[in-house]
Design a protein around this ligand. Structure first.
Ligand code: C2E
Ligand code: MG
Ligand code: MG
Length: 567
C-alpha cells in the first residue's frame, strides 16, 4: 500500500468499494489498493452501515448502481440528505452512460464506466475526487463558525460582494443583530448555556437567510451581521426570529436588538454599510425588550460630524482652539458664600463650527480613547492656572479636573499627575480630581486601588455626577473619596417637587454620617441655594454663582472675594 501524500499529509486514505459482484470488487480493489486502504460492501444497506461507522475516516465511496436490496441511487439519495455524510465524495460505477446525469444530480462527485480497463485513469479520478473534497472541507472549516454554522466575517464580506456582482440592481438591507446583555446570560447561566443561546440564534438566523436568499455571519461573540433583500417589514421579521429562538431554546427571556441600514448604498464599502447598521444597533444599548433602529440621514450627518471632530482634534490642540474655562465652587456653610475652588471645563472654539459643546465631543472622545489627549491638555492648563493665581493673589484656588474612566487604566496616571503638579511648584492637595460615578460602578476594585494611591500622594478626589448612574448609597461607605458632587438632575426640581427635596435631604444626611462633604451641581437660582443651604449642603456649583468663565473673568471673582475679605 502506498502513501498518497495528498496535500503533504502522510496518511493513507480509506476508500469503500460497494459492488454486489465479487469479481468487480476485487478488480477495483486491486487497482486502488496500490495507493489506498480499501474496505468493501456488497449492497447499499451494508454500505450505509459501514459509512456511518467510518464516517470520520472514510475518504471516498466507489458505488455500483445496480445492486439488490438498496441500490446505488437510493444510497446516494440517503447520503445526500445527511448533513455529515454528504461531505464524503462518491464516485459512481456503472456500465450505463445514461446513469451519469441522474447520479450527478444526486450528488455524485464523479463517474467511472465499467469495465475497468484503464487503471491509471481510475486512480487519477480517485485522487482528484478526494483532493477536491478535502479542499472543500478545509474551506468550509475556515469560512464557517463552528458554533453557529454561519459564515465567518471575512468570508461573509466576500460572499456579500459576490452577491452584489451577481445582483447589482437588487435592493439590499444590511443588519446587525445583538443579544441584549449576553455577558449576563453567560455569567448567570453558565458558558455552556451561553453557547446554546449563540447556536440557537445563529441557527434561526441561518434558517431565515437560507429561506430568503440572504447571507449572515457571526462577527463577534454575540453580534451577527445579516445581508438580505430589502424589506419594509423588519419588525415582523425580528418578532418572528425572536419567537423562533425562544421556542428553540425553551427559554423566553432572551431579547435582541437590531440595527438596520435599509436600501444600502452600493457605492460604499461593504464594511461601511455594516458600520452604519452597527451604529443604528448601538443606539438601543440599554433597552430591555427586543427592539430595532433604522439608520437615517440624521445619524449619517452625526457620523460625518463626529468623523470631522476626530480628524481635527490634533490640529485643534496645536492651534489652541481648545480653551479651559473655570466654574467656581462656593462653600456655603458660613454666613457668606466663600470661593473654595473651581472646576476646569474644556471649550472648543472651532474656526468654522463655532463653539462646540463638550456634550458633542466628550462622549465621542471617551468612546475612542482620544479623551486622554484632551484631559492631559486640561490637566496641564489647570495646574499652570493655579500657579498663575497663586503668583497674582498669593493664595491657592484649588482647581478640579475631570478624570475620564479611560485615564484610570493608564499605568502612568499617577506619575503624570505628580509631574504636572510638581513642575508647577504645587502640592498635590492644591489639585482636585473629579471621577465620574459610573467609573466606580464599572470596575470598582481597579478604581478604588488607583484612587487610594492618588489620595495617598495627597490628591483630593471628588466623585462626580453622583446619582446619575447605578451606584447605591451604601456603596459610598466603601469608597475612598473626599467629596461627593450631587448630579444636577437631583437639584433641578427641588423647589417644585418636595419628593426631590426629600431625596436630596436623605443623601445629605447619609453623607454627613459618613463624613463626606457634598457639592451640589447645577444650582441656578436663589431658592435652590437657600433650600440646599438650610438642608446642610456644604458646597455649591452652578449658574447661580457663575457660569464657567475664561480665566480672565475668573480673576474678577477672586478679586471680588479679596475685597469681601478686606471689607
Ligand atoms: P461635569 O463634570 O458634571 O461638569 C458640570 C457641567 O455642568 C458643565 O457642563 C457645566 O457647564 C454645567 N453646569 C454647571 N452649572 C450649571 C447650572 O447651573 N445649570 C446647568 N444647566 N448646567 C450647569 P459642560 O462644561 O458642558 O461639561 C459637560 C460635561 O463634559 C462635564 O460634566 C464633564 O463630564 C465633561 N467635561 C467637560 N470638560 C471636560 C474635560 O476637560 N475632560 C473630561 N474628561 N470631561 C470634561
Ligand atoms: Mg466634573
Ligand atoms: Mg458633574
Amino acid at each position: 500500500m502506498q502513501d498518497t501524500s495528498l496535500r503533504g499529509q502522510n496518511i493513507t486514505r480509506r476508500v469503500l468499494v460497494v459492488d454486489d459482484e465479487q469479481i468487480n470488487r476485487e478488480l477495483l480493489g486491486m487497482i486502488i489498493s496500490r495507493e489506498y486502504e480499501v474496505i468493501y460492501a456488497e449492497d447499499g444497506a451494508e454500505a450505509l452501515r459501514i459509512i456511518r461507522e467510518n464516517e470520520k475516516t472514510l475518504s471516498l465511496v466507489m458505488l455500483d448502481l445496480m445492486m439488490p436490496e438498496m441500490d446505488g441511487y437510493e444510497l446516494l439519495a440517503q447520503l445526500h440528505r445527511d448533513e455529515v455524510l454528504r461531505r464524503i465524495p462518491v464516485i459512481v460505477l456503472t456500465s450505463e452512460k445514461s446513469a451519469e446525469v441522474k447520479s450527478l444530480q444526486l450528488g455524485a462527485a464523479d463517474f467511472i464506466t465499467k469495465p475497468y480497463d484503464m487503471p491509471e485513469v481510475i486512480l487519477a479520478r480517485v485522487r482528484r475526487s478526494i483532493e477536491l473534497a478535502e479542499d472543500n472541507l478545509m474551506i468550509r472549516a475556515t469560512e464557517t463558525d463552528e458554533l453557529t454554522g454561519l459564515y465567518t466575517k471575512d468570508y461573509f464580506f466576500q460572499y456579500c460582494s459576490r452577491h452584489d456582482r451577481y445582483f447589482p440592481d437588487m435592493a439590499m438591507d444590511a443588519m446587525v443583530l445583538n443579544i441584549n446583555r449576553f455577558h449576563l446570560i453567560n455569567d448567570l447561566k453558565g458558558r455552556r448555556f451561553g453557547d446554546e443561546v449563540l447556536a440557537a440564534v445563529g441557527g434561526c438566523i441561518k434558517g431565515t437567510v437560507d429561506a430568503n436568499g440572504g447571507l449572515a455571519c457571526r462577527c463577534e461573540t454575540d453580534t451577527f451581521q445579516i445581508y438580505l433583500g430589502h424589506s419594509e417589514d423588519c419588525p415582523d421579521r425580528l418578532g418572528q426570529l425572536t419567537e423562533m429562538i425562544r421556542t428553540k431554546l425553551g427559554w423566553g427571556s432572551i431579547s435582541l436588538r437590531l440595527g438596520i441600514y435599509h436600501n444600502v448604498d452600493m457605492s460604499i464599502d461593504i464594511e461601511e454599510r455594516f458600520d452604519r447598521a452597527t451604529l443604528a444597533c448601538s443606539r438601543q444599548r440599554g433597552t430591555y425588550g427586543t427592539s430595532y433602529c433604522v439608520y437615517d440621514t440624521e445619524m449619517h450627518e452625526k457620523e460625518l460630524f463626529n468623523e470631522r471632530l476626530i480628524s481635527e482634534i490634533d490640529k485643534a490642540l496645536t492651534e489652541r482652539q481648545f480653551k479651559v474655562f473655570y466654574q467656581p465652587k462656593y462653600d456655603i456653610r458660613g454666613d457668606k458664600p466663600v470661593l473654595a475652588s473651581a472646576e476646569a471645563l474644556i471649550r472648543w472654539f472651532h474656526p468654522e463650527l463655532g463653539m462646540v459643546s463638550p456634550g458633542a465631543f466628550i462622549p465621542l472622545f471617551e468612546s475612542n480613547g482620544l479623551i486622554q489627549k484632551l484631559d492631559r491638555f486640561v490637566w496641564r492648563e489647570a495646574a499652570e492656572q493655579i500657579k498663575r493665581w497663586k503668583e497674582a493673589y498669593g493664595r491657592t484656588v484649588p482647581v478640579s479636573v475631570n478624570v475620564s474612566r479611560m485615564d484610570i487604566y493608564d499605568p502612568d496616571l499617577e506619575e503624570l499627575l505628580l509631574d504636572i503638579v510638581r513642575s508647577n511648584g504645587l502640592q498635590p492637595n492644591e489639585y482636585l480630581l473629579e471621577i465620574t460615578e459610573s467609573a466606580y460602578t464599572n470596575d470598582s476594585s481597579q478604581i478604588i486601588k488607583t484612587v487610594e494611591q492618588l489620595r495617598a500622594d495627597g490628591f483630593r478626589v471628588e466623585m462626580d455626577d453622583f446619582g446619575s448612574g447605578y451606584s447605591s448609597l451604601n456603596m459610598l461607605a466603601a469608597l475612598p473619596i473626599d467629596a461627593l458632587k450631587l448630579d444636577m438632575r437631583f437639584v433641578r426640581h427641588i423647589c417644585e417637587n418636595p419628593r426631590d427635596m426629600m431625596l436630596v435631604e436623605m443623601m445629605l444626611e447619609i453623607s454627613r454620617r459618613l463624613g463626606i462633604p457634598v457639592i451640589a451641581e447645577g444650582v441656578e437660582n436663589e431658592e435652590q441655594y437657600r433650600l440646599l443651604k438650610s438642608a446642610g449642603c456644604e458646597m455649591i456649583q452652578g449658574f447661580y454663582f457663575s457660569r464657567p468663565v475664561p480665566p480672565e473673568e475668573f480673576d474678577l471673582l477672586i478679586e471680588r472675594e479679596e475685597n469681601k475679605v478686606k471689607c
